[in-house]
Design a binder for this molecule. Structure first.
Ligand SMILES: Nc1nc2c(ncn2[C@@H]2O[C@H](COP(=O)(O)OP(=O)(O)OP(=O)(O)O)[C@@H](O)[C@H]2O)c(=O)[nH]1
Length: 501
């Protein structure tokens, strides 16, 4: 806009205005805009403009554009449009903009001015700029406080939800809970990737076991990827510290490759920021959750603390899960041979018997007994006998399939269950076991032990017996085992009474 002066500064009431305005802390003004909106000025501006902005009112009286360098660049265009709109509609000019003070600091001002159309079509506004910085600060504080309390409420909900999820976790579904923890915390803390790395016992490698990525963010590498702990220079020391001190480590910029060594998609930043939060089980750091963000958005100063709380849910859940696993395994396994015990075997047999009765699904069991075990004990001692039992148990595990059940029935008696296997195949398998045991080396404290076994084989639906029960089936196998012993041992007897030696 061109410089112009409407000649109104000489108004006799100017002195009156000056005196009046000197008692008012804000800036009073009269603003003039020509009819063609090409020329404008401040015919009157109170002296506060000098005190506050270090701007000479005389300059503004010549050309209103003198104020432009004092308006925050982002607010200039809005201010211009607001004036034009006020001139058009004759509605009050009411606008907020930041003005640069003497100390170069911007503060918020609000304009309140009433327009008055002049006979020549130009417009005059009478009004003031008043400082609303305190109000804006207060408003900002309120917004932040509100955001903070809703963040806190959200965080509490996240922790409460995840705690109850982990508490209710059914045996075996811990993986789903971990996935959910990664996803929920990733979303809540606006992360781009969240993943769980498990260390090996020696703390030399780490394997990614779970991961979550925000929508649109690529999982650069799949789970189960194992990396050396010192694969990345920037991560070596933080991981050492994490393991040693059980503390959150923040890595401000590591190559965007921890997630994977795959070729990176375009537009992926070269560096990412990463929080490594320790997962601790039974007093040792067993891995960490990596909370990764690609952008450099500001983060809360207490974020590391919040991530630690979130991750400790996983530590507690893993601890409990391990304990449950141990207890469960202790309750169904024989502590010496580590084979399944009778507590596991009997309900399993019951289940199979019911299926046999209901659906006609036959299955076969073999009862095995080490021959002359008393003599073994007598010759190599009880510990030698224990060794023979354990070595025999190992052979059984090796010679059967994962779907077969290998259980210690008691003493030196064992039961094998072959769920989906026909009698002929079972006979072959038992025969193979007999042969393998006969040929196996049993050496205890340098003394060779000769071991053979006898077996009794029975199928659930022999003779179409739909009244079969667990007891009758076991009794049948036991009786045939007795027959095998009677027949001279080191052999197997089945329904036909046949001997397999
Ligand atoms: N070392 C050891 N011996 C056991 C264990 N459980 C049972 N025994 C012994 O196993 C022996 C079983 O002997 P018997 O039932 O007389 O039968 P056997 O000597 O194997 O003779 P046959 O079965 O007729 O071939 C007993 O002496 C038990 O004390 C165990 O856990 N460890």
């Amino acid at each position: 806009m061109a410089t112009s002066h409407p000649g109104r500064a000489a108004d006799p009431s100017a002195d009156f205005f000056r005196k009046l305005a000197s008692g008012i802390p804000d800036i009073l003004f009269v603003y003039w805009l020509s009819a063609d909106a090409q020329t404008h000025s401040y015919p009157y501006v109170s002296d506060q403009v000098r005190d506050l902005l270090d701007l000479d009112p005389a300059l503004l009286a010549q050309d209103a554009a003198s104020i432009l360098p004092y308006i925050h660049p982002d607010d200039v265009e809005g201010s211009r449009l607001e004036v034009l709109e006020s001139a058009r509609s004759l509605r009050p000019w009411q606008w907020r903009a930041r003005l640069k003070l003497r100390n170069d600091e911007y503060q918020w001002f609000e304009t309140h001015a009433r327009p008055e159309r002049q006979p020549d079509g130009s417009t005059l506004w009478y009004g003031q700029f008043f400082n609303i910085q305190n109000y804006m600060d207060l408003q900002q504080e309120l917004i932040e406080r509100e955001a903070e309390s809703s963040f806190q409420a959200g965080f509490q909900k996240l922790i409460a939800d995840m705690s109850s999820e982990f508490i209710n976790v059914g045996f075996g579904s811990i993986d789903e809970c971990v996935d959910e923890l990664l996803a929920r915390s990733g979303q809540f803390f606006s992360m781009d990737r969240v993943y769980l790395y498990a260390f090996n016992d020696e703390r030399t490698t780490m394997t990614k076991t779970h991961q979550w990525c925000a929508p649109g963010i690529q999982p650069l590498v799949e789970v189960d990827q194992t990396l050396a702990l010192d694969a990345f220079d920037g991560l070596k020391q933080p991981l050492r510290d994490l393991i040693e001190h059980n503390e959150v480590e923040f890595v401000p910029a590591i190559p965007n490759r921890l997630a994977g060594a795959e070729p990176e998609p375009e537009a992926t930043p070269e560096f990412v920021s990463l929080f490594c939060v320790p997962v601790r089980v039974r007093g040792a750091v067993v891995g960490f959750i990596g909370f990764e963000f690609l952008s450099s958005t500001p983060r809360r100063p207490d974020l590391d603390h919040l991530l630690f709380i979130t991750t400790s849910l996983l530590s507690v859940a893993l601890e409990r899960h391990l304990l449950e696993e141990t207890l469960l395994s202790q309750s169904v396994r024989d502590p010496m041979t580590k084979l399944l015990n009778r507590r596991y075997l009997m309900p399993r047999l019951q289940e199979l018997v019911e299926r046999a009765q209901r659906y006609g699904e036959d299955f076969t069991i073999a009862m095995l007994d080490i021959d002359h075990f008393k003599q073994i004990n007598d010759s190599v001692g009880h510990l030698g006998g224990d060794y023979a039992l354990c070595h025999f148990a190992e052979l059984l595990e090796k010679l059967t399939r994962a779907s077969d059940v290998v259980a210690r029935f008691g003493g030196e008696e064992f039961v094998l269950v072959f769920p989906d296997t026909g009698l002929e195949v079972v006979k072959q398998m038992v025969s193979r076991i007999l042969t393998a045991v006969r040929g196996a080396e049993f050496v205890f404290e340098g003394r060779e032990i000769s071991v053979t076994i006898s077996a009794g084989i029975a199928s659930a639906l022999e003779k179409d017996d739909l009244n079969v029960s667990v007891d009758s089936l076991v009794a049948r196998a036991d009786h045939r085992l007795y027959l095998a012993k009677q027949a001279g041992r080191d052999c197997a007897v089945d329904a036909s009474g046949a001997l397999e030696i």
